[in-house]
Write a protein that binds this ligand. Structure first.
Ligand code: TRP
Length: 331
């Protein structure tokens, strides 16, 4: 690999990839492919921390992979792979477990939150989830991790683990920084515009998937929650309209100011309709490419395999070093 900074990010293959993921993550991941060495993992081991239906899960993970490719991640420019295909993740996690304290894990906000939501299944994986995430990042010596603000704590603990290990054994890991998107476009739910659009929202009307069909997109935009004023304006207390403006602007490339000027007094019906159409237009080629890819399972499998081979080659370098540092007998 050329001497560019290494970026690592991951996503769990659960729920549906939404336009929120597209705008907040995928579009940025795509933009970074040229500037950095990018490694993106489908975090399929992480998502086992909550129960999955095996047949559905396998299908969904492959669908995520195809959606990433369809959104413009190029297997020539970045490394895209399934975490479970690269055994070094689980191996490094074991070692790093021995350098992470139970108390640190119990304090994690996501652990507390998920323990509450899945009271009947507070498993070990849920507790040491962040150690696997740290392993993902540290294996590749990544210096930047583009994630949403909700992952900040996990990146901080990754740094703590890396620094702790480096202090004990000498420089081994690059200490990564969080990379919060500069564009800052945060997309909220269409039904509860004060809450983030979540890919696992159970209310279907709250989200739009990147591979959704046109009719369904239009219907959801018509139903989007707004307010009882009649003016299209971008204001904090008009979360619904402001959210639609953000989506409309990103999808059409027209600035929010210009949209406001054009739609201010045209009524919400027209505004929602045109916003929906902008989304349909932008997603159309993605959907077409996705359909094409999903018909070509051999290509998907080959691409996943070559991604995993590249990832594994890089990961092995770090893992060897780590094993040596902690005193395991070399093989
Ligand atoms: N925990 C992340 C999330 O839920 C997903 C993830 C797994 C990740 N491994 C990662 C993100 C490594 C960044 C780096 O969003």
């Amino acid at each position: 690999m050329e001497n560019k900074k290494i970026i690592y990010s991951g996503i769990q293959p659960t729920g549906v990839l939404t336009i929120g993921n597209y705008i907040g993550a995928m579009a940025n991941w795509k933009a970074m492919q040229d500037e950095y060495n990018c490694i993106y993992g489908i975090a399929d081991l992480h998502a086992l921390t909550v129960r999955q239906n095996p047949a559905e899960y396998r299908q969904r993970a492959m669908s995520f992979f195809a959606q990433y490719l369809a959104c413009g991640l190029s297997p020539e420019k970045c490394v895209l792979y399934f975490q479970s295909h690269v055994r070094q993740h689980a191996e490094l996690q074991w070692i790093l477990n021995c350098y992470t304290y139970v108390g640190e894990m119990q304090r994690m906000a996501q652990f507390k939150d998920k323990s509450q939501k899945h009271e009947d299944n507070i498993n070990m994986g849920l507790l040491n989830y962040p150690v696997l995430q740290a392993s993902d990042i540290l294996l590749y010596q990544a210096s930047l991790v583009p994630v949403g603000a909700d992952q900040k704590q996990h990146i901080e603990i990754t740094r703590d683990i890396a620094i702790r290990f480096n202090n004990l054994y000498g420089e081994t890991f690059t200490v990564p920084d969080i990379y919060l998107s500069k564009h800052g476009a945060k997309i909220n739910s269409l039904q509860d515009p004060y809450a983030k659009m979540s890919k696992s929202d159970t209310n279907e009307n709250a989200t739009v998937s990147v591979i959704e069909d046109a009719d369904s997109i239009m219907r959801k935009f018509k139903r989007a929650v707004t307010d009882s004023e009649a003016f299209v304006e971008y204001r904090e207390d008009k979360a619904g309209i402001s959210n639609l403006l953000t989506i409309f602007s990103v999808m059409s490339g027209e600035s929010i100011e210009s949209l406001v000027e054009r739609y201010r007094t045209l009524g919400y019906g027209k505004f929602k309709n045109d916003a929906g159409e902008a989304v349909v237009e932008k997603l159309k080629p993605i959907r077409a490419e996705y359909d094409r890819l999903m018909k070509n399972k051999d290509y998907l499998k080959e691409t996943a395999k070559s991604g995993a081979d590249k990832a594994s080659f890089l990961a092995e370098k770090t893992l060897r070093k780590v094993k040596k540092r902690v005193g395991l007998v070399e093989n």
